[in-house]
Design a protein around this ligand. Structure first.
Ligand SMILES: [Zn+2]
Length: 246
């Protein structure tokens, strides 16, 4: 318990970018300035005028200011050596092109083919604090605007920049429900609210109970997270078949 408290103190002021850099062996220098991007404490080593590109458009997502922290410099690298969740090493990669699982001693990248592993981590984080940063488009920087989760029972993830809080059991239920829905109407259908025709299809195949539950969940942040995590229609059908065979 004593250790836990000390640990929290040591890390509690770090932002996701800074933990990301530390986990990759970068010395993150502290100071009395706030980082332009993540608002973490930083020195006057990296001037914003040099490190913030003219093409940067996310001004509504940053703190502003004159300096960029060492964490954000690392988190925005365009040629980084990275390790994926399955252990694959890749060289010269754009950090923002991937989803990330950031822990104290390691930061692992993920692509859409790691959805299953990402779900496991979202439900049962291997260590705390942790940042789970899910990127759908791979086109924007999301590490600096994400949050660390400190409590495995009250988790937070970032999905394409949206911060979503959830309880792991609720996510599991939402994913199971979403799997049933996608097995009938496919994943692209979930980009908007389902119309009567699709709801009737789901009721015919999976039962009215699934429709009622989905209408309750639809539109909520947890539904967006579940919809992102579930695989495509064919795989959802397979998963349900396998479950029913057991
Ligand atoms: Zn920063």
């Amino acid at each position: 318990m004593k250790n836990k408290k000390r640990f929290r103190n040591e890390y509690s002021e770090l932002t996701v970018s800074q933990l990301f850099a530390i986990s990759r062996g970068v010395a993150v220098r502290k100071g009395s300035n706030r980082c332009f991007y993540c608002l973490g404490w930083c020195g006057d080593n990296n001037p914003a005028r040099e490190y913030v590109k003219d093409s940067f458009t996310g001004h509504d997502s940053v703190g502003g200011g004159a300096w960029v922290c060492d964490g954000c410099v690392e988190a925005m690298r365009s040629k980084a050596d990275i390790v994926l969740l399955d252990g694959e090493n890749r060289h010269g990669q754009r950090v923002w092109a991937y989803s990330w699982v950031v822990e104290k001693n390691r930061s692992r990248a993920a692509t859409k083919r790691h959805r299953k592993q990402l779900l496991d981590i979202c439900v049962s984080p291997p260590s705390l604090p942790i940042a789970i940063v899910l990127s759908d488009s791979g086109k924007k920087h999301y590490l600096y605007r994400s949050r660390l989760a400190w409590d495995a029972t009250e988790m937070i993830v970032s999905l394409e920049g949206e911060l979503i809080c959830y309880k792991p059991l609720d996510l599991l239920s939402a994913v199971a429900l979403c799997t049933e829905v996608v097995s009938v109407v496919g994943k692209p259908a979930l980009s908007t609210r389902l119309g009567m025709e699709r709801l009737a299809m789901i009721a015919a195949v999976r039962g009215q109970d699934v429709v009622d539950k989905w209408m309750d969940l639809e539109g909520r942040p947890l539904a967006r997270l579940a919809a992102w995590i579930v695989p495509g229609k064919a795989e959802c059908c397979d998963e349900i078949e396998t479950k029913n065979e057991r």
